[in-house]
Design a protein around this ligand. Structure first.
Ligand code: NDP
Length: 253
């Protein structure tokens, strides 16, 4: 009897936006370990992105990266063109790139509201549009959008971020309905408090308070989110679409 190899991604090609660090990098490495070729983009350090590419290639798959701001339509189009040229196509899209610009509403500037919506929501929209064209044609695809528990529970000081992450959920469900008949699934992950650069600046008191609200009794690691992404990217998850999977140690039940 042949061994059942769960979540085998050999022959598939995945784009992980913001895959040069944090949760995105953990997802890229996890998908690569399952056999997928990986494309990354970056807006900050090219060296950091090239280092991530080298780490992924060391796992025995193909990897490439290019500069692309996800909020810019022309750059996203170029990112997908580069991926098709380098890896031959797109089977899995993980919309992970995201930013925060936190402030209480009365101090929240229009600029910071727009910047967060542009990267987190418009960015996901632009990437889904490019990916959908290719995935519909090939009658296969996995789109995984990184939302947040903040979309489900709200968070003081994050009106802009919550709006972007709640918007992601609405887009996920709507596109899931549009693409289901083409064998393309669209799901969202809603991570809780995950240890990355994004959360590193939280003061110790706020951190302890946060920990008290997590039934699992620990802060999440990027690898916890990556494991859920792998499952949704797998062929075995073919009948799961339009869902929001919380990866939060029970925080937002
Ligand atoms: P990081 O700040 O560590 O990483 C963010 C990534 O997004 C970086 O790779 C960054 O690239 C990229 N990025 C930012 N802006 C753009 C842009 N305009 N175009 C392209 N790429 C961009 O964050 P995390 O790893 O913590 O978060 C990853 C995702 O998970 C985000 O969407 C975040 O909102 C979400 N999330 C995080 C949680 C947490 O607790 N950490 C909880 C819930 C959700 P570069 O380095 O080149 O700037």
């Amino acid at each position: 009897m042949s061994e059942f190899n769960f979540a085998d991604l050999h022959g598939l090609r995945a784009l992980v936006t913001g895959g040069n660090r944090g949760i995105g990098k953990a997802i890229a490495l996890r998908l690569a370990r399952a056999g997928a070729d990986i494309m990354l983009n970056y807006v900050g350090s090219e060296d950091e992105a090239q280092a991530a590419v080298a780490e992924i290639e060391a796992l025995g798959v193909k990897a490439a990266c290019c500069y692309a701001d996800v909020s810019d339509g022309a750059q996203v189009e170029q990112l997908f063109a580069t991926m098709v040229q380098e890896l031959g196509g797109v089977d899995i899209l993980v919309n992970n790139a995201g930013i925060t610009r936190d402030a209480l509403l009365l101090r929240l500037s229009e600029e910071d509201f727009d910047a967060v919506l542009a990267t987190n929501l418009r960015g996901a929209f632009l990437c889904m549009k490019q990916a959908s064209k290719l995935m519909m044609k090939q009658r296969f695809g996995r789109i995984i959008n990184i939302s947040s528990v903040v979309a489900l529970r709200g968070n003081a000081g994050q009106v802009n971020y919550a709006a972007s992450k709640a918007g992601i959920i609405g887009m996920t469900k709507s596109l899931a309905k549009e693409l289901a008949s083409r064998k393309v699934t669209v799901n969202a992950l809603a991570p809780g408090f995950i240890e990355t650069v994004m959360t590193a600046s939280l003061p110790e008191a706020a951190r302890s308070k946060m920990l008290e609200s997590i039934p699992a009794g620990r802060i999440g690691q990027p690898e916890d989110v990556a494991a859920a992404a792998l499952f949704l990217a797998s062929k075995e998850a073919a009948y799961i679409t339009g869902q929001v999977l919380r990866v939060d140690g029970g925080m937002a039940m």
